[in-house]
Design a binder for this molecule. Structure first.
Ligand code: B12
Length: 213
């Protein structure tokens, strides 16, 4: 059974062994993470079709976190200098943090100072941290469709605080697409942690192409 299927079956011991084996076989950590994410999508589909329920969702989140703890040391920091500051968090109403944590890890590996505010973060907390740290980027994660509203409010509150000129907003998670980007008023959206790093580089370089157009 491959790693994606082992996660989908919630096979804890076998998953962790397979992850260790893949890393010692030289499999690229990011490729491995994408395969693991495939397993989580499958858990989501089973939840939707009522084959799995909340306990299985909880188990899958815990299993993924254990597996990521094994993979993380293999993700190398590529830049010693700080490229800038990013405020990261899962927006108000949403407690999914597995993807957000991965984005944070990758941004750190990419040379950013990351302030992770956690989950269920109200707009004002992003505003205050952005003011305090003079961060150039605020990165919002959200998996539930109902929290697009929280993303929109966060962008609006940054605007009201007069921070939008110097603070770019990146959003990601779940089924976020161009329509959501337009709805929320954020600057860019990304699908995975590697894209988050590419977008952060472009945003912090002041490149006009740092949009999804
Ligand atoms: C595990 C899980 C949970 C766990 C989360 C544990 C944890 N610590 O995070 C728990 C049990 C808490 C949970 C609860 C709920 N969940 Co849930 N959950 C999932 C599941 C199966 C996996 C999520 C996951 O960890 N994926 C793995 C990570 C690596 O991927 P990811 O999160 O997508 O993140 C990647 C990208 O999106 C991107 N990314 C993420 N953030 C950002 C940010 C930026 C800036 C960028 C650029 C990129 C980026 O990069 C990440 C890494 O590759 C998904 C199914 C799915 N397909 O996602 C459902 C899912 C998200 N959950 C769902 C639901 C409905 C719920 C509940 C409402 C269930 C309930 N009845 O209570 C609650 C909501 C609680 C709340 N208020 O938030 C639905 C959402 C439906 C919707 N459209 O809104 C899903 C899609 C399942 C489904 N198919 O029905 N859940």
């Amino acid at each position: 059974m491959n790693i994606s299927s082992l996660i989908a079956e919630l096979e804890e011991k076998k998953t962790l062994e397979a992850v260790k084996q893949a890393l010692s076989d030289g499999v690229d950590p990011l490729t491995l993470v994408e395969e693991m994410r495939g397993g989580m999508s499958c858990v989501g589909e089973r939840f939707e079709s009522r084959e799995y329920f909340l306990p299985e969702l909880i188990l899958s989140g815990e299993l993924f976190k254990q597996a990521i703890a094994i993979v993380e040391p293999y993700m190398k920091r590529v830049s010693a200098d700080s490229r800038g500051t990013v405020i990261l968090g899962t927006v108000k109403g949403d407690v999914h943090d597995v993807g957000k944590d991965l984005v944070g890890t990758m941004l750190k590996c990419g040379g950013y100072e990351v302030h992770d505010l956690g989950v269920d973060v109200p707009p004002i907390a992003f505003v205050e941290k952005a003011k305090e740290t003079k961060a150039g980027i605020v990165a919002l994660s959200g998996l539930l469709t109902v929290v697009y509203e929280s993303m929109k409010s966060t962008v609006e509150e940054l605007e009201e605080a007069g921070l939008r000129d110097r603070t770019k907003v990146m959003i990601g998670g779940g089924s976020i697409n161009r329509k959501v980007l337009e709805y929320t008023g954020a600057d860019v959206y990304g699908k995975d942690p590697a894209e988050a790093v590419r977008l952060a580089h472009r945003l912090s370089g002041g490149d006009d192409r740092a949009t999804n157009s």
